[in-house]
Design a protein. Structure first.
Length: 266
């Protein structure tokens, strides 16, 4: 996200058409590289089709998730460029914030401020969202096998003590990529069903459908999130599309995110 001293320099990329998991991750990575090279900060809002299980960058997958089982259920599997644990992207909206780290106050401060903006957007829609308890957030073990949404960590977005938004972050060359999943409906319990030797346990999330009795339409979601980010960061968002350099970057990254060598590297 841009800083208050450059209110016109931030972009909003809100994609009404869902994309495959590998392309979504290639897009985030290409935009991450572009911002590292001096492009404007980006707030990207998007969806996935077909449903896709995304794995954290360092998360163990071999022997935990079954690609054939996922394929039989029509679920893709992709590995994210960020950390964290497994998320099923189906009935949800994914956000990505890509911006230089210094104007945001560094990674930890950025994480808090971004989540506060998401809380403001969700409250504007009528959801009783909040940033979870005090305490220092920590990265999960790469050997953990429970889903991202099974339990909230300090600093995450919750409602009624249950996790509503799951986020992950990467910092490289003084640039932040933070993206996460805002649950609209459905259940993350399906993540466990893709594990042949499931550890069991309930699903600890809550969805906007449960909280509101409905799922806001795409336009309402985009407007609420965009307005909240503009207010929180003192910026002005302008709609944007990929330029030629970014399109080339997506094509270059797509090969990696489609490859088994990346997805099943551990």
């Amino acid at each position: 996200m841009g800083s208050g001293d450059s209110p016109a320099g931030s972009e909003l990329a809100a994609a009404p058409v869902p994309e495959r998991g590998a392309r979504n991750m290639a897009l985030d990575q290409a935009l991450f590289s572009a911002v590292q090279a001096g492009a404007a900060p980006v707030l990207r809002l998007y969806r996935w089709q077909p449903a896709c299980l995304s794995l954290g960058r360092h998360q163990r997958a071999i022997g935990v998730y079954d690609p054939e089982l996922a394929r039989s259920q029509g679920v893709d599997i992709v590995r994210r460029p960020t950390g964290g644990l497994a998320v099923l992207h189906d009935a949800e909206l994914t956000y990505a914030v890509i911006a230089p780290a210094p104007p945001l106050g560094g990674p930890r401060t950025a994480y808090l401020h971004i989540n506060e903006a998401l809380v403001a957007a969700l409250r504007a829609l009528g959801a009783p969202a909040a940033v979870s308890g005090s305490g220092e957030s920590h990265s999960p073990s790469p050997n953990a096998v429970h889903p991202c949404f099974q339990r909230p960590a300090p600093g995450e977005v919750v409602a009624g003590g249950r996790k509503l938004v799951g986020s992950a972050q990467r910092v490289e060359q003084r640039t932040i990529l933070q993206h996460g999943s805002i649950l609209l409906a459905g259940s993350q319990g399906a993540v466990l069903a893709l594990q042949p030797a499931s550890p069991g346990g309930g699903s600890g999330e809550v969805t906007l459908s449960e909280l509101l009795g409905r799922v806001p339409d795409w336009g309402q979601l985009v407007a609420a999130i965009g307005t909240a980010f503009e207010a929180r960061f003192g910026i002005r968002l302008a709609p944007s599309a990929l330029d030629s350099v970014e399109r080339a970057g997506v094509l270059a990254e797509l090969e990696r995110f489609e490859s088994d060598a990346w997805t099943w590297r551990r």
